[in-house]
Ligand binder design. Sequence first.
Ligand SMILES: [Zn+2]
Length: 82
Amino acid sequence: MTDICDDAQAAEVYIRLEALASVPFPDQGEAQRVEGGQVVCLDCGEPVAPARLAANPTVTRCVECQAEQEHLRRQLSGHRVT
Ligand SMILES: [Zn+2]
């Protein structure tokens, strides 16, 4: 059985997904930038840490820039960062 709250929640989820789909997020089709044989961050151009690449070989940003992206993502998805 659904009620008005379920409908509202479903609509909210849909709106969030629409917003997320419209923003180019990292690791979704972005090519890595390689300079001098090293993967460098797309945003700041600093080399991506080898340990980070070992954990996720497709990363395109350093830890700091990735954190900024994820902060933006959380804001867009409606989760407040405290
Ligand atoms: Zn960076």
